[in-house]
Design a protein around this ligand. Structure first.
Ligand SMILES: Cc1cc2nc3c(=O)[nH]c(=O)nc-3n(C[C@H](O)[C@H](O)[C@H](O)COP(=O)(O)OP(=O)(O)OC[C@H]3O[C@@H](n4cnc5c(N)ncnc54)[C@H](O)[C@@H]3O)c2cc1C
Length: 682
């Protein structure tokens, strides 16, 4: 007798009519408390005699083997019959005798496959999964984990870059996982797409460098590990911009679901999610001076800028756990790798989405110089980030029809918003020499670096175990601004050219910049070649208001550095430098020195289907097409007031619930700090 009737579902990735090309491979997917996908060569002489088996891994309860026969029916469907079930003996690791044999134990399901699917499958033995996710970055890793929680679904995660570990995942790569090593990967293109913008007309025609992660974890494996959510009003604005259901009280539960904060759970913080978040441990006197100086300048202290009160200065949160970078690969992907229904491929560049009419059915990618295809039974999900997702859409015929025709790309869907609405944060460094030898300058000397490296490698502690951006804050640039529009990150060190040039002095700096600039840019394809980087035009500082906000940012930073708390450390100003005083001088300095804070976003904005520039709807589905979603920083309707990693992870958590048809989480009426008066700036 069959002790327990398993739920077996079969999926087919082969031709289904005998009149079409002969089937070559069928894949059997069986759902149970573990799931396995087994591909089986079809008996070409007589497909009806094809026997299939699938091993189900059941953890503690052992494993079962099902012997199944697949028959290809005249009506174009496939019927499977489960013939026998065997018990797996965990001690001998052998399959035991059949414990059931019953022709009545007969599960079958009918399938129909699309023409594109059938032909490609016939030609190439093409595999298929429930979901194909393009990009293992901040968002992609979340989706891979959450969607593969359902054992009845199979998930394929494609990543253009390599794994983030060495020696077959046995060793951490210190360049990625040592928090203090963060600038190393900005110096070369090993894990980095290494993009550049067009010359910026309002920034002395400078070409700006945009690093982006190309590795497991994506940009969360290269970023500065600052954990910031943005302000509640950002999400309320999204809702007003047409992202129905994305107001703060419906986003907060997903920030919490993602997070495990070392200070424990409260109404704003999560205490048991996969994304570990911690505070700096250095207690560096310059960080303390910065927070104290902020209060001396009249700004509030905030004990959690991701909680009730963003406004003010205080200690920042970091995605660092036990001294190691906690990327989305560490948080979400690695814990899910053991699942048999999650498959990952690395070093594969997805070059095209495959459509059957207006329905996405799979993707094409290149790996090891070979062109490959894979099919998605349910959905293709793009999580390639704010540059690559719109690029892939356009390469596949989804974008502005006129632009696509010029490149001879057949138009699948005219969506002019693809690549538009490009937004980013610019920042610059106000730098001051330090009169005491306490900055990170010494830590960059070879001998000290080795010492720091050894301590990190053996104990994951010390100066290697932090990203050093441990304090910072948010202020308003002027009265009547409802919530902070300027952000500070303080660093007890000097950074030159993205860390690509070594500092030669004891100095500290504050990274400062406006959070809601109004200059909007775009990106377009340079050619129909997927290897060509797209043309990136952020249009930085094209609006006078943005320049004014930057001028204020510089003045307000200088004012904080001039407070008493810095008296014992303050040397001469390095930049802008004492000669830069007039508004015109400051503006010129801004145009000469401001640089990307690495937050390109909003290039496939989420919005109402009636908005002609929206690319995805509030459920993250690409408008006008079926079975295609985008989930990453590109779908932000507008940029948030803060860094983008935590918001992107939150979006992916929420999208996963949407995709799985789960009821949305919500925290109605959660209180948010408002300044006592808006008549003053502080
Ligand atoms: C240097 C740097 C510092 C930053 N500092 C911070 C910070 O301190 N705090 C913070 O919150 N944010 C920071 N950010 C921003 C933040 O990390 C990103 O906004 C966020 O990670 C974006 O997530 P994403 O999922 O949209 O894209 P990504 O994380 O970039 O992921 C996209 C992934 O898709 C892959 N991919 C793209 N195209 C293809 C394709 N065609 N085929 C296969 N795979 C593909 C990419 O290789 C990549 O792995 C920083 C970013 C950088 C680059």
């Amino acid at each position: 007798m069959c002790p327990e009737r398993p739920q077996i579902s079969f999926s087919l990735s082969s031709p289904s009519t005998e009149s079409e090309a002969k089937p070559s491979v069928v894949s059997l997917q069986a759902g149970f408390s573990g799931a396995a996908v087994r591909k089986q060569k079809v008996n070409e002489e007589n497909p009806a005699r094809t026997r299939m088996s699938s091993l189900l891994m059941l953890g503690r309860t052992g494993a079962r083997q099902f012997v199944t026969r697949g028959r290809f029916m005249k009506d174009g469907r496939c019927q499977f019959t489960c013939l026998a079930e065997c018990q797996f003996d965990r001690r001998t690791r052998n399959m035991g005798r059949a414990i059931s044999y019953s022709s009545s134990f007969n599960h079958y399901r009918h399938f129909s496959a699309t023409a594109a699917n059938l032909n490609a499958a016939a030609n190439q033995n093409t595999p298929s999964y429930s979901y194909v996710i393009v990009g293992a970055g901040s968002a992609g890793c979340v989706l891979a984990n959450r969607l593969s929680e359902d054992v009845h679904e199979s998930v394929l995660l494609l990543e253009a870059g390599p794994k983030d570990m060495l020696l077959g995942s046995l060793r951490l790569s210190w360049k990625i996982h040592m928090p203090a090593a963060l600038t190393y990967n900005l110096c070369d293109d090993k894990y980095n797409w290494y993009y550049h913008t067009l010359p910026q007309a309002h920034m002395d025609n400078r070409v700006l460098y945009w690093p982006r992660g190309r590795v497991w974890g994506g940009s969360s494996s290269l970023n500065a590990m600052v954990y910031i959510r943005g302000h509640a009003e950002d999400y309320n604005r999204w809702q007003r911009e047409g992202a129905e259901g994305w107001e703060y009280e419906r986003c907060l539960p997903y920030f919490k679901k993602a997070q495990c904060h070392e200070l424990g759970e409260n109404r704003y913080r999560g205490g048991s999610g996969p994304l570990h978040v911690s505070r700096g441990k250095t207690n560096h006197p310059l960080h303390k001076a910065f927070i104290e100086a902020g209060q001396q300048a009249g700004y509030p202290f905030t004990d959690d800028m991701n909680g009730y009160q963003q406004e003010g200065l205080g200690w920042m949160d970091m995605t660092v756990h036990r001294g190691k970078r906690w990327s989305s690969a560490s948080a979400y992907l690695r814990p899910a790798l053991g699942r048999p229904n999650l498959k990952t491929e690395v070093r594969c560049l997805t070059t095209k989405i495959l459509f059957d009419g207006n329905r996405a059915v799979g993707v094409e990618y290149t790996q090891d110089g070979q062109k490959k295809r894979v099919f998605a039974d349910k959905e293709v999900i793009l999580s390639g980030g704010a540059i690559n997702s719109p690029q892939l859409l356009m390469l596949s015929g989804v974008g502005n029809a006129d632009d696509l025709k010029q490149l001879d790309i057949p138009v699948v869907q005219h969506l002019p918003g693809v690549g538009s609405n490009l937004q980013d944060h610019l920042e610059l460094y106000v730098q001051q020499q330090c009169t005491q030898p306490i900055t990170l300058y010494k830590a960059q000397k070879p001998f000290t670096m080795v010492k720091i490296g050894l301590e990190w490698l053996t104990m994951f502690t010390g100066y290697g175990a932090t990203a050093h951006l441990e304090s910072g804050g948010f202020i308003r640039s002027r009265p009547h601004v409802t919530h902070p529009d300027i952000q500070f990150h303080f660093l007890p060190s000097q950074v030159i050219d993205h860390g690509r040039v070594a500092s030669k002095i004891e100095a500290y700096q504050v990274h400062v910049g406006p959070m809601r600039s109004t200059s909007i840019g775009w990106l377009r394809l340079k050619s129909a070649n997927p290897l060509d980087h797209p043309i990136l035009q952020p249009n930085y500082l094209s609006n006078d208001m943005d320049v004014w906000e930057f001028r204020e940012s510089v003045k307000l930073s200088r004012e904080i550095f001039a407070q008493k708390a810095f008296d014992e450390f303050r040397g001469p100003e390095v930049q802008p430098g004492p000669q830069v005083q007039s508004d015109a001088d400051i503006d010129a300095f801004v145009r000469r020195k401001a640089d990307s804070a690495y937050h390109p976003s909003c290039t496939c904005k989420m919005g109402s289907p009636s908005d002609p520039m929206a690319v995805v709807d509030s459920n993250t589905r690409v408008l006008g097409l079926e079975r295609l979603r985008v989930v990453d920083a590109s779908i932000m309707p507008s940029i948030v007031s803060g860094n983008l990693n935590a918001p992107t992870i939150m979006m992916a958590e929420k999208a996963a619930d949407i995709i799985r048809g789960r009821p949305p989480l919500s925290d109605p009426g959660v209180p948010v700090y408002r300044p006592a008066t808006l008549n003053t700036q502080r």
